[in-house]
Design a protein around this ligand. Structure first.
Ligand SMILES: [Ca+2]
Length: 355
């Protein structure tokens, strides 16, 4: 079975479609995306299975096929495997499967829910979030499990979720707090903040102090930049924050990378090369470049891409929304802002968007 997925990219709208028959069907409500280390492939959960699609959009390929709920696919550092979580044995456990598909290998066996979050840079451990412990009330903590199988190891003790290793593996950025993504505009003590700790779980320090939601930490390739999702500018969008030596946040207000206004950005993940971020917004997946020139315009533009192969008449296209990012600049060049259409911009049918 294949589908086409359409990803509206802040730089690029990624469109996926399912094609069980001659006619292709667009994928909506794909969830929990991740982007491959080189930014060329996007993995996501859809209809309870894991799928992949090229980050320029196109026909999606099914990686897993099971009646249970498969979610949270995360690419290995070499891009050859996906860790994901599935409740096929009751609670959610961590599995690993080749990107091309195959029989998933189960890595965790606890009755608590284990949610795959990422890989260590050496590819030997998988980081996951779990409520497994004797604590009451239970809270999410970070654990690792060897990719080859074995005992899980607890890293944190005071609440942690959405953990991700820094590029050289010396630190882990994570989210702490009782916040929830669906409480739009919430301000108060029940918000999430970003923290960072050493790879062994020690030296925990807080990075954000904004009294609204901060989530989805993502490391830049240099290890000195942290991208994340925050409501600090209003609607939840992706922002970039420089880190000082030692990993402390620089006091300056984070730079805004996306400018959605109607729908909040939810889960976001960055490629290992630090150049591409895939994220959820509205019913679609989006991809944005992290370069300065890839910052989408925040003002309405009459030239926004409207090239969905099968647009829904009842549902406005994110790429056509006045509040949506509008510059399609998918390119192989290091600087998306200077991309030339002949260099591989997307969508190919609207090369004028690349100027
Ligand atoms: Ca916060």
């Amino acid at each position: 079975m294949s589908r086409t997925l359409r990803l509206p990219l802040a730089a690029l709208a990624l469109a996926c479609f399912v094609a069980p028959a001659p006619a292709q069907e667009p994928i909506r409500l794909a969830r929990t995306p991740d982007v491959s280390p080189d930014g060329k492939l996007v993995a996501f959960s859809y209809l309870g299975d894991v799928w992949t699609v090229e980050s320029i959009g196109g026909t999606a390929r099914q990686v897993t096929s099971h009646v249970a709920h498969d979610v949270n696919p995360v690419f290995s550092p070499d891009g050859r495997y996906l860790a994901f979580s599935s409740n096929r044995h009751g609670s959610y456990d961590v599995f690993v499967v080749p990107v091309q598909g195959g029989r998933p290998r189960r890595l965790t066996f606890d009755s608590a829910n284990d949610y795959a979050a990422g890989w260590s840079p050496d590819g030997k451990k998988i980081l996951f979030t779990s409520t497994r412990s004797t604590d009451f009330p239970p809270s999410y903590e970070l654990f690792t499990v060897p990719v080859e199988g074995g005992m899980a190891h607890r890293l944190t003790t005071a609440g942690a979720k959405e953990g991700v290793y820094s590029p050289n593996g010396d630190r882990i950025a994570y989210v702490r707090g009782p916040g929830t993504w669906y409480r739009k505009g919430y301000r108060g003590s029940a918000n999430d903040d970003l923290w960072v700790c050493n790879a062994d779980g020690t030296n925990n320090r807080r990075l954000t102090a904004f009294d609204g939601q901060d989530s989805s930490p993502m490391w830049g390739a240099d290890g000195n930049t942290l991208y994340y999702v925050s409501e600090i500018h209003g609607t939840a969008n992706i922002v970039a924050q420089s880190l000082a030596a030692g990993g402390a946040a620089v006091a300056a207000k984070p730079r805004q990378l996306t400018f959605h206004k109607d729908d909040s950005v939810r889960r976001a993940r960055v490629s290992r090369d630090g150049r591409w971020i895939v994220y959820e917004c509205g019913p679609d997946l989006w991809v944005v470049g992290t370069g300065e020139g890839a910052v989408p315009r925040s003002s309405p533009s009459p030239s926004t891409p409207t090239t969905r192969p099968t647009p829904s008449a009842s549902r406005p296209s994110p790429a056509a929304s006045p509040s949506s990012p509008s510059r399609a600049t998918r390119s192989t060049s290091p600087s998306p802002s200077t991309a030339n259409c002949s260099a591989g911009c997307w969508p190919a049918r609207t090369p004028s968007r690349c100027s």
